[in-house]
Design a protein around this ligand. Structure first.
Ligand code: SF4
Ligand code: SF4
Length: 185
């Protein structure tokens, strides 16, 4: 199953690469920028969680100890809606190749399950899409200076983990929970 899931991730990453590339004038993502890992719920399926923990198993002992300490600190507190991801070490993802689907899609404009456009929250930190987003009206109001159009993509988790993909790649995503809940188990 994991081999087939890796094929699915290769497929997804190549699609996302093209999407990010098409939106390059609006994208400010760079190494060390970690706001999207500092405050979130991080929903992920059982399959994604297994893959994430396989990444954790492959870490060196020092990094593992740091992640362990973060996990202990997180799950010792009552469940919070938004929290820092315990896999974020020194402002970098320690399990980058094994990160969840939501971690891969973050930063683009997406359609939510009701078809509404959702701009990444880091627009408020003057990052992705900030130059073309009007905070008052909450609308995209301009093109990039080179004429690139800001577009929304169908990258909602519900869509990306649907039955069609399960059938095509012969995978099964399983239950969905937040990272906190998976780690608390
Ligand atoms: S999505 Fe936003 S917060 Fe996350 S790395 Fe990109 S610019 Fe930074
Ligand atoms: S798994 Fe990695 S990319 Fe995803 S939220 Fe955690 S630190 Fe960020």
């Amino acid at each position: 199953m994991i081999t087939r899931y890796k094929k699915y991730l290769d497929f997804l990453d190549s699609k996302l690469h093209k999407m990010f590339d098409s939106q390059r004038p609006f994208i400010k993502c760079k190494s060390g920028c970690s706001y999207c890992c500092e405050e979130g719920e991080y929903p992920l399926s059982e399959l994604e969680f297994i893959w994430l923990m396989m990444g954790y198993e492959g870490l060196d002992q020092d990094t593992k100890d740091k992640v362990d300490a973060n996990i202990q600190e997180l799950i010792s507190k009552p469940r919070q809606k938004m929290y820092k991801c315990p896999f974020l070490i020194d402002k970098k993802c320690s399990v980058y190749n094994n990160r969840a689907i939501i971690c891969r899609t973050f930063g683009l404009i997406s359609y939510d399950s009701k078809g509404k456009k959702k701009v990444p929250f880091c627009v408020d930190k003057d990052l992705n899409y900030a130059e073309v987003f009007d905070k008052e009206s909450s609308k995209i109001v301009a093109l990039a200076p080179d004429g690139t159009e800001p577009v929304a993509f169908n990258i909602d988790r519900e869509f990306l983990t649907n039955k069609e993909f399960e059938k095509e790649f012969k995978i099964f995503f399983g239950d969905d929970k937040t990272l906190y809940d998976w780690l608390k188990e």
